[in-house]
Each structure stands twice: as structure tokens, then as C-alpha cells.
Design a protein around this ligand. Structure first.
Ligand SMILES: *Cc1c(COP(=O)(O)O)cnc(C)c1O
Length: 352
């Protein structure tokens, strides 16, 4: 029956997921696995957030507010007077933006190596993915990127970049936007850890979308809440293309409550900054400077896959970067976890 499946999915592998902590625990007979593979927040949501989600469950017989008004209002309180759209995770937002813009056969430009979902989602809409490789130090080759972006309707740029951790500065993004006829989707999944503010660019450019997520610093990965700053003209078209009711009422309530907890965000960011430095000092391999809640590490002469296996045997789950197109086979990406997780990781990698 495989013939019934679109060629794209019948052959290729799709998104690569890290091994589950449960599998690692079972395989190696370990009770508690350090989960450092998915860039999550190690702290569970606060009691206030849990209570808000519980309260929303009481009304779960009703469809949610289609515009997620409570979340849009909370975002305006948090960020100021911007236009927002929402989705089931930023992944949902990315998919909807592509669906809004890209006709089959049209080019979608991506600065690689980077988050793989842009390419997968673009291809799913029949888009032609144009990969623009970064330089050897993983900085964006702005000239090449601008050249590739001039005409196409949509391009993706991730800052701080997953998995390399480095940012593109706002001035550079502004230059790129000035030269483009199409839209730039700037993925800011990790921006809270960086101290860089790209939001002022929204005031000056009609062709910028900034994607954000509640999955990382806001600790709601399991509830799938993403949003984006969009230009005013784009908003109604996005709404037409969006899956109805993509964002559920429980997730909205939790996100609204989480956005009101500024102190927790600051605490998480402080914790991440401290450990980022310690990783750089204490890991006996080359680490790349990171503005995110993870660090990429060059483990050569070992391979990423090999190191992932060997760390898993010691109860530490990290991500091999082998599946990121355009990156070699000798990198891993390690997220900052709780103190015990980070300590166990450092000990484990030093013993290799
Ligand atoms: C985690 C991540 C996302 C998406 O997160 P959601 O959980 O779908 O909101 C988007 N972009 C990058 C670069 C990410 O790392």
C-alpha cells in the first residue's frame, strides 16, 4: 500500500528525534536519565501555571476561542503593541506561514546547518529548498544569503541558531531585509537566553516575521504553544491558511499564566548563562560559543553518534548532530539541564 503515500514520505526519513529517556533508562538499567537532548527547560511549570491549565480543563467540552484572544492580549502585555499570530508550537506557525506563502515549485531559502523542520515543511508544500551554507565558523555568509534571498518569497534564518548556538546581529538582519523582495522568517526560539532584541526591526520592516515559542525558556514544550510577530498586512492571510482551533484552551491558559512569571524566566536565564560557561571551561573538547540554552561540541576524532551511545550508557541523553543537513558527523548538542544533570554530563564526557 506504500504506493498510496506521497513519494516524499514513502522514501525519506522525516524529522529526526532524539532517543527517548525511557528507552535509554531501560536499555542501560538506569533510574534517572539526564535529559539534555531536546533543549527543554528542566524545571516543570509552576503551581500557578498548572492551576490555570486545570481551570481551563473544566471548559473542555467547548471549542477554544479561535483567535486565542487571551494569549494575544497577554503577549501584548508582555511585548508591547505588536501584531501576533499563534500556532501549535512554533512548528505549527512555521507550517502555516509556508502554507500561506509558498506555491508548489517556488524557492524557500534556508541558511544551513540549522533546524531541519523548515526544509521538511517547505518540501511538504512542494517548495524547492535552497540551502545557503554558513561559513566554516557557522556565521551566516551574508553576501551569499542576500544573493539567494533577493527574489524568493520566503527565507528562514535562525538566531541564535540551532544547533550551532551563534546569533546573527540585528543590523545584519536589517541589511538582509532591505535587500529582499519576500518575507524573512526569523526564528527566535532561543532569543530569551541571548539578551539580543530583534523586536525593533518589526517597526522598520514590512517583510519580517519573528517566530517565538513557549517550549524553551517558558517550560511548556509539552503543551505546544508557538507564536509570531507578524506585519499587519500578513495577519488576515495567515488566519485563512491556519488549521482551525490549532491551539487548545488548556495550552492557552497555561501560556498566559507563564507569560506573567518574569522572575522564573530571569532565573532560568541566569542558570543557563552560568552553566554555559562551565561547559566551555570543563568539557575537554572544542565547544562553540552559544547564546542559547545548549552548547554544540566538536567531539572529533570521535563521532557524534558514538558519543551519544557512550554517554547514554552513563545515563546522559544528548543529541548527535549527524542528522542536521550540512554538518559533519563529529558534533553533539548538549542542553543545559538541572545541576545534577549538568554535573553528570561533565563527568561522563571527561571520562570518555
Ligand atoms: C524548539 C524549536 C522550535 C519549535 O518549537 P515548538 O516546540 O514547536 O514551539 C523552532 N525552532 C527552533 C530552532 C527550535 O529549536
Amino acid at each position: 500500500m506504500r504506493r498510496l503515500v506521497r513519494a516524499q514520505y514513502a522514501g525519506a526519513a522525516g524529522y529526526s528525534y532524539a532517543k527517548s529517556a525511557e528507552d535509554v533508562a531501560r536499555e542501560h538499567g538506569i533510574d534517572r536519565v539526564a535529559r539534555l537532548a531536546s533543549n527543554e527547560n528542566p524545571r516543570p511549570p509552576s503551581p500557578t501555571v498548572i492551576e490555570a491549565a486545570n481551570e481551563a480543563l473544566r471548559g473542555a467540552n467547548r471549542y477554544p476561542d479561535v483567535r486565542a484572544t487571551a494569549l494575544i492580549d497577554a503577549l501584548r502585555r508582555y511585548h508591547g503593541d505588536y501584531r501576533f499570530v499563534t500556532g501549535a508550537g512554533m512548528d505549527g506557525v512555521i507550517e502555516t506561514v509556508i502554507r500561506t506563502v509558498v506555491e508548489p515549485g517556488e524557492a524557500v531559502v534556508i541558511s544551513t546547518p540549522t533546524f531541519s523542520f523548515y526544509g521538511l515543511a517547505a518540501a511538504a508544500c512542494g517548495g524547492q529548498v535552497v540551502n545557503v551554507p554558513r561559513r566554516a565558523d557557522f556565521s551566516v555568509d551574508t553576501e551569499a544569503f542576500i544573493e539567494a534571498c533577493r527574489r524568493p518569497k520566503l527565507a528562514f534564518l535562525c538566531s541564535p541558531n540551532n544547533p550551532t548556538g551563534n546569533p546573527v546581529l540585528p543590523e545584519m538582519v536589517g541589511e538582509i531585509l532591505d535587500e529582499m523582495e519576500g518575507l524573512l522568517f526569523l526564528d527566535n526560539a532561543y532569543v530569551e537566553f541571548s539578551g539580543i532584541d530583534y523586536r525593533p526591526l518589526m517597526r522598520r520592516h514590512e517583510n519580517l516575521i519573528i517566530g517565538r515559542t513557549m517550549s524553551k525558556v517558558f517550560a511548556l514544550a509539552g503543551l505546544r504553544v508557538g507564536y509570531a510577530f507578524v506585519p499587519e498586512w500578513f495577519e488576515p492571510f495567515y488566519r485563512r491558511a491556519a488549521t482551525p482551533f490549532a491551539l487548545n484552551a488548556v495550552s492557552v491558559a497555561a501560556a498566559v499564566a507563564a507569560l506573567a512569571e518574569g522572575d522564573r524566566v530571569r532565573e532560568t536565564c541566569d542558570h543557563v548563562r552560568q552553566w554555559r560557561e562551565r561547559f566551555t571551561e570543563e568539557v575537554p573538547f572544542r565547544t562553540y560559543p552559544s547564546d542559547a540554552n545548549f552548547v554544540m561540541i566538536d567531539v572529533s576524532p570521535l563521532t557524534g553518534d558514538d558519543v551519544v551511545e557512550r554517554l547514554a550508557a552513563k545515563g546522559v541523553l544528548v543529541r548527535s548532530c549527524t542528522s542536521f543537513p550540512g554538518l559533519g558527523d563529529h558534533y553533539i548538542r548538549v542542553c543545559i539541564g538541572d545541576d545534577w544533570e549538568n554535573k553528570r554530563f561533565i563527568e561522563a564526557i571527561r571520562s570518555l
